[in-house]
Each structure stands twice: as structure tokens, then as C-alpha cells.
Design a protein around this ligand. Structure first.
Ligand code: P6P
Length: 337
């Protein structure tokens, strides 16, 4: 009997990974499937956000001082729910929660991993139907199994991530995740309600024609950054300039586009906010892990993002990420005094 295995679902793919690596316990695969399940529930609400009273503010503000949209809260609760009741996660850190949330039941305290996430990035775009996304990062615990997870489990450098990924709720819903074995993309097939492998072994093009930055902050950026942005707008046979400027204002969408087509995304520090806006642990680290596994580069303008040793759960960092040759070109400008 011929079994059509042409398009693997996320579950089939992660189970195949287990077959290929018999020593694996299956906990990481289970965690990824849990996140996939939560994202399918979020997807349903995102897709009908204009129809029901789920738009608008939840009336509260998160630790960032930002108005919390109801979908933010819903997405956070879905992720906490599946991870708390799964068998793979000892605790979580979330943009929507002031502090880490440690799961203290017996199964969770024996789980190997902790997870950090931005449950719904780009939420200011919810009301205007622009693509938004969920971003997640997975670490193996450094604390003793059998005891509750500790803050040190969450404050690890990004180069210690075992997996990272995102879900983009756009023209289609895609889950992209990276492990040390590579980056793979799965598109949600509504006809079967499963993520199906659509982008195997994603590689970030070594160069591209798009640069992504908020021009409204231009005069707030440091001189080398301004010189690079200006160079992106000039005709240049060696770099292929001028580049096209694309800025969606939703990092998941901007970085996803550059991962697939090539390009560079920048959220530099400014005079008012020297550390920029984006969060290291659950925005920059996961994307840095994914893009670097795909052959791209991610820095804070000085060192690799993945080498930064975090000290705070919600700390920010200047962020530059994209195609290797474009990042090398940027580095040349940033090295200038
Ligand atoms: P600005 C969305 O709020 C977000 O965190 C990222 O998704 C996005 O890239 C950035 O902020 C946009 O910020 O200051 O350019 O509007």
C-alpha cells in the first residue's frame, strides 16, 4: 500500500527527527508540537479579530508600559496553558508577564527545558490587519532536575538555545523553527488543521535588495548607522544599491521576508533609547538563532547577539540582522569612528 508521505506534517516531521536520533527523549519534539497547538488556537482568533469584540485594549498595561490588546492576553494564556500541562517545560518567561513563571508540579520540575516567548509581536498592528507573530526560544535547564526551574535557566546566552522559532499570522500562517540541525518552515493547511512542511532546510540568501528600518528615527541614530542607511539609498555597482526600503513595523514579518528573500533589518539604538526597543531574550535571541542557523548574521552593532550574556528578563538590545554580505557591509560602516 502506497502511503503518501510527500508532505510531512509538523508532527510527522518531529517524529521522523526522533527516528533519526534514537537517543532523543522526544521532550523537545513534544514542546514544539505544544507550541504548534497553541498557535493554531491563536490563529483562529487572529483570523476573526475584526469580527468579534476581541479587538481593542484589554484595559491593562504590560511591564513595557504598553496597552495590552486582548489578543496579546489570549495568546499568552494559550502558550502558558499548553506548556504548563505538557511534559517538556519547567517554566516560561513572557513579554506579557513581569517575571518568570515556574511550573511547580512534579512532572514540570522534572522537565528538561524552559521556554521564553513574545506571545503576539506586532500587536499594535492587530487592529489594522497587518501580519503579526509569536516568537519563542527554548533552553535546556542549567538548574537541577526534580527541583523548580530558576532564573539562571532563563538568563542564558542565546548561543545556548536548543531551538527557536516563530509563527507568522499573515496571508498564510507559517511556523518556522530552527534547531542545530537546521531551519524548516511549515504552512498551516486549513483543510486538515495541520502545519505541513512547505519550506524545508531554509537558507538565508547571502545578499539581498531590501533594507528594513524605521526612517522616522533617522536623525536619532548614530552617525555610522546614518551613513549606512544613506548608502543603501545610493546607486552602487559593488553592493547592488540602491536597495528597496521595506518596513512593516512587525518584526516577525520583516525578518521572515529577509530570511526567505535576503535583506537586512535594523532596530538601532537612538539618542533617547541607546539600547533600542527590541527585547533580547524573546525577540532578538530567537531570530538571531534562526537566521544564523540559516547562514545569516545578527549583532548588536558590536558583537554577535547570541554571545550577549543577559542580566535582566526584559532587557533590550540594538538589533541588526540579515544576509551575511549585507551585514558585513554594515559592519564596515559601524567600525568607522
Ligand atoms: P517602531 C512591534 O511593536 C515591534 O516590537 C516589532 O515587531 C517591530 O519591528 C517594532 O516594534 C516596530 O517599532 O518603533 O518602528 O514602531
Amino acid at each position: 500500500m502506497h502511503i503518501n508521505r510527500r508532505i510531512q506534517t509538523l508532527d510527522e516531521f518531529t517524529i521522523q527527527q526522533l527516528r533519526d536520533f534514537p537517543h532523543a527523549t522526544g521532550e523537545l519534539s513534544g514542546l514544539l508540537r505544544d507550541i504548534g497547538l497553541a498557535s493554531k488556537r491563536v490563529n483562529v482568533e487572529v483570523n476573526k479579530a475584526g469580527l468579534v469584540d476581541i479587538l481593542g485594549d484589554a484595559g491593562s498595561t504590560n511591564i513595557q508600559g504598553e496597552e495590552v490588546k486582548k489578543l496579546d492576553v489570549y495568546a499568552n494564556n494559550q502558550l502558558v496553558g499548553v506548556l504548563k500541562h505538557g511534559i517538556s517545560c519547567a517554566g516560561i518567561g513572557s513579554e506579557e508577564l513581569d517575571d518568570i513563571l515556574v511550573f511547580d508540579d512534579e512532572v514540570s520540575t522534572n522537565s528538561k527545558y524552559v521556554c521564553l516567548f513574545d506571545p503576539l509581536d506586532g500587536s499594535t498592528n492587530i487592529d489594522v490587519n497587518v501580519s503579526i507573530g509569536t516568537i519563542f526560544s527554548v533552553y535546556r535547564r542549567v538548574s537541577e532536575l526534580g527541583k523548580p526551574a530558576t532564573r539562571e535557566d532563563f538568563l542564558q546566552a542565546g548561543n545556548r538555545q536548543v531551538a527557536a522559532g516563530y509563527i507568522i499570522y499573515g496571508s498564510s500562517t507559517m511556523l518556522v523553527y530552527a534547531t542545530r540541525r537546521g531551519v524548516n518552515g511549515f504552512t498551516l493547511d486549513p483543510s486538515i488543521g495541520e502545519y505541513s512542511l512547505s519550506h524545508p532546510d531554509i537558507k538565508c540568501p547571502p545578499s539581498g535588495k531590501m533594507y528594513s528600518v524605521n526612517h522616522g528615527n533617522f536623525f536619532q541614530y548614530d552617525e555610522p548607522v546614518k551613513r549606512y542607511i544613506t548608502a543603501c539609498q545610493k546607486k552602487d555597482k559593488t553592493t547592488g544599491g540602491p536597495y528597496t526600503q521595506r518596513y512593516i513595523g512587525s518584526m516577525v514579518a520583516d525578518v521572515h521576508r529577509n530570511l526567505i528573500k535576503g535583506g537586512i533589518f535594523m532596530y538601532p539604538g537612538t539618542k533617547d533609547r541607546p539600547m533600542g526597543k527590541l527585547r533580547l531574550l524573546y525577540e532578538c535571541n530567537p531570530f538571531a538563532f534562526i537566521v544564523e542557523r540559516a547562514g545569516g548574521v545578527a549583532t548588536n552593532g558590536k558583537i554577535p547577539i547570541l554571545d550577549i550574556k543577559p542580566t535582566e528578563l526584559h532587557e533590550r538590545t540594538p538589533f541588526f540582522i540579515g544576509s551575511k554580505l549585507m551585514m558585513d557591509e554594515l559592519e564596515g560602516y559601524l567600525k568607522e569612528v
